[in-house]
Write a protein that binds this ligand. Sequence first.
Ligand code: NAD
Length: 299
Amino acid sequence: MIGVPSRVAFLGLGHMGLPMAKNLVAAGHEVHGFDLVPAAIEAAEAAGIPIAASGADAVADADVVITMFPAGCHVIDAYRTELLAAARPDTLFIESSTIAVDEARAAHALALAAGHRNIDAPVSGGVVGAENGTLAFMVGGSDEDVAAAMPLLEVMGKRIVHCGGPGLGQAAKVCNNMVLAVSQIAVAEAFVLGERLGLEHQALFDVVSQASGQCWSITTNCPVPGPVPTSPANRDYQPGFAGALMAKDLGLALQAIEQTGTDARMGRLAQQLYAAFAAGEGATRDFSGIITDIRDDRV
Ligand code: NAD
C-alpha cells in the first residue's frame, strides 16, 4: 500500500499533466516533475513544482511514477531507455496517457520484467477536468496495484472505474470514445436532415433530448447554437474536445478493431470522417463542429 503522502514523479507536464500534478501538490504529495519541453518546465516551476534534471532523476526516489505523454511510442521509449532502470525496485508506474491497448500491455510487461508494478489509467474529462480534479479514470491492472494507486487517483479524479486486468482501462476508453464519435455524428446528421425538412433546431432538441435518441452528444454537446448555451456550438466550436484528439482516439479504436477482427462498421466510418475533419481546421475545433462539414458535404 502506498502511504499518503507519497513521493510522486510526474512526467509529461503538458495540458493535462501540469494541472494533474498541481492537484497532487495541493493535496500534500511530494511531487518531482519532468518534461522535455522548456516551456512546460517553466510553467511547472511557476506553479511551484520542483523539476528534476531528467526523467531518470525524477523517478529515482519515487514511490509512484505517473506518465502523461502524447502517445504510446513516448511511453515505451521512456520506459525502455531510462525510467524502468532508474526507479527503485517495486515502484508503481501509473500510465495515464491515451495509448493503444497493446502498447499498454507492452508497457505493463516491460515494467514487470524490470521488477516494478504498473497500471494503465487513461482519463476523460479534458483540461477542465484535470484542473478541477474531476477526471474520470479508466483503470487496468491488478486489484492490489489499483488499490495502491487509488489515493492518488482520487485526488486527480472524481470517478475511478477498475475495468479489469492490464490494458483494459485503455480498452474501455477506446470503446467509450468510439460510441461518442458515432453518436456525435448521428446527432449532427439528424440536425442537418431536420434543417432540410424545415424543422427548427429547438423543436428537434426538445424531442430528441427527452426521447429514445437522448445522449450526451445532444444534451451536453449539442452541435447547433441555442438549445444548450454551454455547448461549443455557441462559441464557434472552440474546444471542448478538439477534433485532433478525437481523430487520435479513433485511430487507436481502428487499430483495436483490426487486431480483434471486430465487425464495427460504424466505428470505422467514424474514424474516416474524423480523420478528414481533423486534416483541416477541425483539428483545433471542438469535435461537434463536424456538423458544419456534414452540412457542407465536406467529409
Ligand atoms: P501535451 O502534448 O500537452 O503534453 C504531453 C507532454 O509530454 C508534453 O509537454 C511533452 O513534452 C511531454 N513528454 C513527451 N515525452 C516525454 C518524456 N520522455 N519525458 C518527459 N516529458 C515528455 O498533451 P496533453 O493534451 O497533456 O495529453 C496527454 C495525454 O492525455 C495524451 O495521450 C492525450 O491523448 C490524453 N488526453 C488528453 C486530453 C485533453 O483534453 N488534452 C483528454 C483526455 C486524454
